[in-house]
Design a protein around this ligand. Structure first.
Ligand code: ATP
Ligand code: BTN
Length: 249
């Protein structure tokens, strides 16, 4: 099947665009981009909150019916966001931080939350949720519990949100098409934008214990491969987190 066109569904206020897209998955066409001006219960991974005030950022969820692997949906969405950011602010220092974030230097500017939708015949598709800070003021960024950035905080300028959502939609269509034609090619491009590789990082277990390791590779299923005491070990993103203070510069 060819890659779908992206068509926008615009909402003023919603609890979460991901929840809306999931709840309405059966009646939304492949390629629908659910966008909202604000979210009252924006979500990150593992029940964490995504700060989503009105009118200043991108909050969008893409309905993907031709993909069943959430890791590849994350890859598709993060390449689209990265490309949007690099084109809009070429000197912003943007890179992908495994597994699902985009950073500007040592500050988080975007997060991707991909969720699987299942029906009676198994996986029906993925919702790729995308949050990108565009015109969020420094005073709002300061309230976030980890260092965060917006295009405005990095450049001192305001951006036309509508225009950027339009560009993002085109980028999503393009990378969705690359995925459908060659997932290997998409993965290779995504991997090349991960600054973590070849760097010492700090792994944090779910119980909070942390230890330094060398990030050596990312497997095609999304697992991070690290070297620890001369032995290679693989972790998926549910098993560990990476220390926020690790800077991959
Ligand atoms: P990981 O690196 O393992 O993904 P994370 O702490 O970045 O961990 P996520 O679930 O990916 O966790 O993202 C949610 C977190 O992002 C929140 O707990 C908060 O620290 C931060 N956050 C929330 N809203 C925003 C926002 N608008 N911009 C940047 N960061 C935010
Ligand atoms: C993360 O960093 O953990 C992912 C954050 C994802 C936020 C976006 S905003 C649009 C969509 N709706 C949500 O509730 N979450 C995602």
């Amino acid at each position: 099947m060819p890659a779908p066109k992206i068509h926008r569904l615009n909402l003023e206020s919603v609890d979460s665009t991901n929840t809306y897209a999931k709840d309405n998955f059966d009646v939304l066409a492949d390629g629908t981009l659910v966008c909202a001006e604000m979210q009252t219960a924006g979500r990150g991974r593992m029940g964490r909150r995504w700060v989503s005030p009105p009118g200043s950022n991108i909050y969008a969820s893409l309905v993907m019916k031709q993909i069943s692997n959430p890791f590849y949906a994350t890859v598709t969405a993060s390449l689209a966001v990265l490309s949007l950011l690099l084109e809009t602010l070429p000197r912003g220092g943007f890179f992908i931080k495994w597994p699902n974030d985009i950073y500007a230097g040592c500050r988080k500017i975007s997060g991707i939350l991909c969720e699987t939708v299942s029906g009676s015949n198994g996986i029906s598709g993925i919702i790729a949720g995308i949050g990108v800070n565009i015109n969020l003021e420094q005073s709002e960024l300061d309230k976030i519990d980890q260092p965060a950035a917006s295009l405005k905080s990095l450049s001192g300028k305001s951006f036309d949100l509508e225009k950027l959502i339009g560009i993002l939609a085109k980028k999503l269509a393009g990378f969705y098409a690359v995925y459908l034609a060659s997932p290997e090619k998409l993965f290779a491009e995504w991997k090349s934008h991960n600054r973590i590789l070849g760097h010492q990082v700090t792994l944090i277990d779910p119980d909070g214990a942390s230890r330094p390791v060398l990030a050596t590779d990312i497997a095609e299923n999304g697992e991070l491969i690290v070297e620890e005491h001369g032995v290679l070990r693989r972790f998926n993103c549910g098993d560990i987190s990476l220390e926020k203070e690790d800077r991959f510069e």
